[in-house]
Design a protein around this ligand. Structure first.
Ligand SMILES: *Cc1c(COP(=O)(O)O)cnc(C)c1O
Length: 418
């Protein structure tokens, strides 16, 4: 069927969108008195209206109860993280015990590498993307050094083929096979932050296990964006932040996943703090550490209440909307935007076209005057993001973006080049 390029068609898609009302639950920055066209939910999600209420309630309870708030506040602080766990677990396809909401992403990645990078004998190597997010590179390099090994010898970097932007699954599988006796750990970003490529996590995990390696993922750009089945896929560990697709505010509390097959193994080496100790003994102040069962055993510090309050507001909306429903809309909306952009000769999309290999984000290379285009969009109330050296990322987020937003974006790019 030929695509209808009219505004009225975009509006008709919005009208029949069963998730359209969720937009009203978010606060939009204003541009010339109108809601901004926001395409950067992959970088910092918008504020749920409820976040302010939930944070204010905690401030009120702190004022009212002081330290007694640990047990007397309306959502007791002692167990606050428990209000989040089941909701967070649903988003990534995990059992509740396999998830802990704690700390921030880079910290958690380091903590998980302590437990899951265990070089021994010949099996010492970590495989990751050459174009991974900087934190991932730094964490992996330092972890290798921590074991007194040389990063240049023990990190395998996955590259796309010449002239390509994304890494083929078959090439990843072949590299795993080629390193089958030496691979200790495979650690990828679930969705690459730069290209928007979604890796076939199920297939890759299976292959890593087949050669005897551990498979873990940084899901910063995957959580809340795609349907994940971490438990079923047998993923060993994962971590993600809450402020991108999960809309929980700048620097917000992050989460980890530890598969149940590892979660109840007290012998796994780990760094520890009192909040990771078994809950019933926590306030007995013993010096002996007995890790709580499941992912909770990796917790370090007492709950970050204000940040968790914002996260709770957002997770409640995800629970109502349902990640599968969001993903269905997302595939449709990103496909629609892709079709509109394909009409513009100056725009090249480097994100895979197959929905199986992408989330909602499209990464664009503007072949003519890229920085000027980025600025032009910004001046017209359309927020995208620029990533060096030459990519403009646009993420139509199913929770609050409209088909009409996609139409406006494409029309504005056309206008810039006309
Ligand atoms: C956004 C992002 C981070 C950011 O880490 P913080 O500790 O939350 O600052 C790390 N890794 C990846 C892959 C990211 O996309």
């Amino acid at each position: 069927m030929a695509l209808d390029y009219s505004l009225s068609y975009a509006q008709s898609l919005d009208l029949s969108d069963s998730l359209k009302s969720y937009r009203d639950q978010f606060i939009f920055p204003q541009h010339n008195g109108k809601d901004i066209y926001y395409f950067t939910g992959n970088s910092l999600g918008l504020q749920p209206r409820k976040a302010q209420q939930y944070i204010l309630e905690e401030l009120e309870d702190w004022g009212k109860y002081g330290v007694e708030g640990h047990f007397q506040s309306r959502r007791n602080w002692f167990g606050y993280h428990h209000f989040l766990t089941d909701k967070a677990a649903k988003i990534v396809g995990a059992k509740t015990e396999e998830v802990a909401v704690m700390n921030t992403l880079s910290v958690n990645l380091n903590l998980l590498l302590v437990s899951f990078y265990r070089p021994h004998g010949k099996r010492t190597k970590i495989m990751m993307e050459a174009a991974a997010f900087p934190s991932d590179h730094y964490a992996v390099q330092q972890q290798v050094k921590f074991h007194e090994l040389d990063p240049s010898q023990h990190i395998i970097l996955l590259q796309p083929r010449d002239g390509e932007h994304c890494i083929r699954t078959e090439d990843i599988l072949a590299q795993i096979e080629d390193n089958k006796d030496e691979l200790a750990l495979l650690m990828l970003g679930g969705v690459n932050y730069y290209t928007g490529q979604l890796f076939d996590l199920e297939t890759i995990t299976k292959k890593a296990h087949e050669v005897g390696a551990i498979a873990g993922y940084d899901l910063a750009h995957a959580a809340g964006n795609i349907v994940l089945k971490l438990h079923e896929w047998n993923v060993d560990f994962a971590c993600w932040c809450s402020y991108k697709y999960l809309n929980s505010g700048p620097g917000g509390v992050a989460s980890i996943f530890v598969h149940e097959k590892h979660g109840n193994n007290p012998d796994l080496p780990r760094f520890a703090g009192w909040w990771g100790n078994e809950e019933k003994d926590r306030f007995l102040m013993k010096s002996e550490f007995i890790p709580a069962k499941g992912a909770s055993g990796w917790q370090q510090s007492n709950a970050q209440i204000f940040s968790m309050a914002a996260h709770l507001a957002s997770l409640e909306i995800f629970e109502q909307a349902g990640i599968e429903n969001l993903r269905t809309k997302s595939e449709q909306m990103t496909g629609y935007l892709e079709n509109l952009l394909k009409e513009i000769p100056q725009i090249k999309i480097i994100t895979p076209s197959n929905p199986k290999y992408r989330g909602c984000q499209l990464s664009l290379i503007a072949l003519d005057k890229p920085k000027e285009l980025f600025k032009f969009l910004q001046d017209n109330g359309i927020i995208t993001d620029w990533r060096e050296p030459d990519v403009i990322r646009v993420a139509p987020v199913p929770m609050y973006n409209r088909f009409e937003d996609c139409w406006i974006l494409a029309e504005s790019i056309k206008e810039f080049y006309s």
